[in-house]
Design a protein around this ligand. Structure first.
Ligand code: ZN
Length: 290
């Protein structure tokens, strides 16, 4: 009886080990079910309701950007399957930034897929330990994520690829020191559009950090400014923001994955996203002054 009980517990904990979960005020709302849907061509939304994750497919293997929360990983893997693709065909996992709401599910998604993870040099270091470093403006409030075992640092590369599928690197530090956005072309027949996966550009921090000048990360404000400029200048027909409500994804698509995807095509979407971040940065710097 005791032996059976112990075996039972052993079994339960091994199930839980694959589905580590993080609790936070918004985690439950973020992790609501969202039916997957096609964005354009080979680009699909596979995230949860409040946190983006995107699958870009190719005959040589797929790319997945962001893993949302640890507890989102099984949902994301389920969405890939629901669309008719195999999680084992994901060959590369990328990340916007290393906070637990975007990177938390990556370790598990890597375990399920066997994919390689590539991240900016700074982000790669953080992903390996799962712990944000002291120079992160939210150092005091960001919970650790499950560490990712096999992460390759991007170095000076300007693009990454799986077969013929190529994604351009847009470094977008400032929200975190290693933040990265990604862009690629998706086609439907002759029609090809530029898709951008936009990292968070917002100057938000814990209570002690100052964007107007802080020894923890002296370039923070300059980095946000240059990242905003980089996103505003990116060739961009469709924006997918790491937080979907900051692009038109949430307003266009419902929980069932129904919506008019033509409405996502908007060549001013990246510029608007950048302008919103600029406004928030200016407000923030002003508030720090007074
Ligand atoms: Zn963040």
């Amino acid at each position: 009886m005791l032996r059976a009980l112990l075996l039972g517990i052993g079994c339960l904990s091994s199930i839980n080990a694959g589905a580590a979960s993080i609790e936070c005020d918004r985690c439950e709302a973020w992790n609501q079910e969202q039916a997957p849907f096609q964005i354009f061509g080979n680009t699909y939304y596979v995230g949860v309701r409040g946190l983006s994750s995107v699958l870009i497919t190719s005959s040589a293997g797929h790319v997945l950007i962001d893993g949302a929360l640890p507890q989102s990983a099984p949902l994301i893997a389920g969405h890939v399957k629901q669309l008719g693709f195999k999680i084992e065909d994901v060959k590369l996992i990328l990340n916007s930034h290393t906070h637990y709401d975007h990177a938390g599910g990556i370790a598990e998604l890597q375990r399920l897929s066997g994919a390689k993870v590539i991240a900016s040099d700074v982000a790669a270091r953080v992903l390996r330990t799962g712990k944000v470093e002291r120079n992160d403006p939210q150092f005091e409030i960001i919970k650790p994520s499950p560490g990712v075992s096999n992460v390759e640092a991007l170095g000076a590369r300007e693009s990454v690829s799986v077969g013929k599928l190529q994604l351009q690197v847009i470094h977008t530090p400032g929200h975190t020191p290693g933040g990265t956005s990604w862009s690629w072309k998706s086609c439907e027949g002759e029609r090809c559009l530029n898709v951008v996966y936009g990292d968070s550009l917002n100057a938000v921090s814990d209570n002690s950090f100052k964007y107007s000048g802080d020894a923890r990360y002296p370039n923070a404000s300059a980095d946000v400014t240059s990242s905003i400029a980089a996103i505003a200048a990116a060739p961009c027909d469709i924006l997918i923001a790491a937080h979907p409500e900051l692009s038109s994804l949430r307003s266009v698509f419902d929980e069932q994955g129904k919506g008019d995807r033509a409405q996502l095509v908007d060549s001013s979407s990246c510029k608007r996203y950048a302008a919103g971040a600029k406004e928030r940065l200016d407000k923030r710097l002003q508030a720090e002054k007074s």
